[in-house]
Design a protein around this ligand. Structure first.
Ligand SMILES: NC(=O)c1ccc[n+]([C@@H]2O[C@H](COP(=O)([O-])OP(=O)(O)OC[C@H]3O[C@@H](n4cnc5c(N)ncnc54)[C@H](OP(=O)(O)O)[C@@H]3O)[C@@H](O)[C@H]2O)c1
Length: 373
């Protein structure tokens, strides 16, 4: 049974991934119904307001759901939102056992779904495939636990960790496959964030282009510009491409904020950062969380990357490494002072590695602490 459960949970996670771009701010849950070891139904949560994964799987299984085991990546809900409680749907369909990877930290659920099923005589096993589920659903879990957007820092560097040559040229260090992959990462995010230095130097569009699965809504483009240095023109302020949000402080002139607003961007004033420079990064990620951003992808530059690392706010790193050496005068990927000694440097856990053309993609998460889901 345990082997069946593990394998079916792997499948449920795969099924749930289909909702990653469309379900947020809800979780991309997957469900597999097993009867006598055979899959009788599968479902995922496609988008807010649509049936939850359990209900979709029950609909696929029909009568065959009776006495089945439901394998579900996240605790079934027991409250009525836009759709009815999944616990009731499972009970009504005659499901006899439920296997859950993770308890749902959302305060409207938080153990009540599991409790209700057990009270009504359903066997519930919790924790099967928990680590893989925690990694798959990390942005959602982080958002519900902290209220903050999950921060994914993306870098594209040479073999010696440089993002640009000595003269500042950086187009293109990585090849087309790695760049295409980075667009997929944008499409998986609800916000793409840059510092004012990158906005000024690159004037990027920050939209996901040529991605495999269509995005329902282009991610919110976010510029951190404490002093109002970024002019309200160029692709970033073409809000027909995607919405734009500027996070600034009282140090910016009112005229700058007026110009951003006139261009169609939203503007929010936050406290300054700890040493009175920049925008307070915790406040920025909190604000994005309140805007329903589960995953914020940070695309530069080095100053912002370094500040996020120093503040312990980077949750995941995606590093594309190109087969080229740019030398000691090239620009680094992470600014700031960095640690004084190697033992002070936080360690990261490798989640995946693989080739993208001639480049390598490395994905890391912050080393997990005891009690992390
Ligand atoms: N090859 C690549 O992959 C890649 C990717 C991105 C960028 N780049 C290059 O990197 C260069 C820009 O990098 P950069 O380091 O100069 O600039 P940056 O990191 O993009 O922006 C830094 C600026 O952001 C603002 N900011 C606001 N809040 C902040 C905070 N809490 N912490 C840090 N910064 C904050 C600050 O200016 P205010 O105080 O004025 O707000 C700061 O000076 C460009 O040349 C660009 O082409 C390369």
């Amino acid at each position: 049974m345990a082997v069946h459960d593990e394998r079916a949970m792997g499948r449920a996670l795969e099924v749930g991934e289909a909702g990653r771009r469309t379900a947020p701010p809800n979780p991309w849950v997957g469900c597999v119904l097993l009867r006598d070891g055979e899959v009788v139904g599968e479902g995922f949560h496609e988008q807010p307001g649509a049936p939850h994964a359990e209900v979709a799987a029950l609909a696929a299984a029909g009568e065959r759901a009776r006495d089945a085991t439901a394998i579900v990546t996240l605790e079934p809900c027991s409250h009525t939102g836009r759709t009815g409680p999944c616990t009731d749907a499972l009970l009504d369909a005659g499901v006899s056992r439920v296997v859950v990877a993770l308890e749902d930290p959302d305060l409207r659920v938080a153990g009540t779904g599991i409790g209700k099923l057990r009270e009504l005589g359903v066997t519930v096993d919790v924790g099967v495939g928990a680590l893989a589920a925690a990694r798959s659903l990390a942005p959602y879990l982080h958002h519900r636990r902290t209220g903050r957007a999950y921060c994914v820092v993306k870098t594209a560097t040479s073999l010696d960790g440089r993002t640009a040559a000595a003269d500042g040229t950086s187009r293109w260090i990585t090849g087309p496959e790695a760049r295409a992959d980075a667009h997929e990462l944008r499409a998986d995010s609800q916000a793409v964030v840059i510092g004012s230095g990158t906005a000024l130097a690159d004037r990027p569009a920050l939209t996901p282009r040529d991605v495999a699965e269509p995005v329902m809504r282009a991610p919110l483009r976010v510029v951190l510009d404490a002093r109002g240095r970024v002019p309200a023109d160029g692709p970033l302020f073409d809000t027909t491409l995607a919405p734009t949000l500027v996070l600034t402080t009282d140090a910016a002139a009112a005229a700058a904020a007026d110009a951003w607003r006139a261009a169609g961007a939203k503007v929010e004033t936050l406290p300054p950062g700890g040493d009175a420079t920049g925008v307070d990064l915790t406040a920025a990620l909190d604000l994005l969380g309140r805007h329903g951003v589960l995953q914020a992808m940070v695309e530069g530059g080095a100053t912002l990357h370094g500040a996020l690392l120093d503040a312990g706010l980077a949750d995941r790193l995606v590093a594309y490494v190109a087969p080229v050496v740019l030398g000691p005068d090239g620009r680094t990927a992470f600014g700031g002072p960095g640690p004084q000694t190697v033992t002070q440097a936080p360690r990261w856990t490798l989640l995946s590695s693989g080739a993208r053309g001639d480049d390598v993609r490395l994905e890391y998460e912050r080393a997990r602490e005891r009690g992390d889901g």
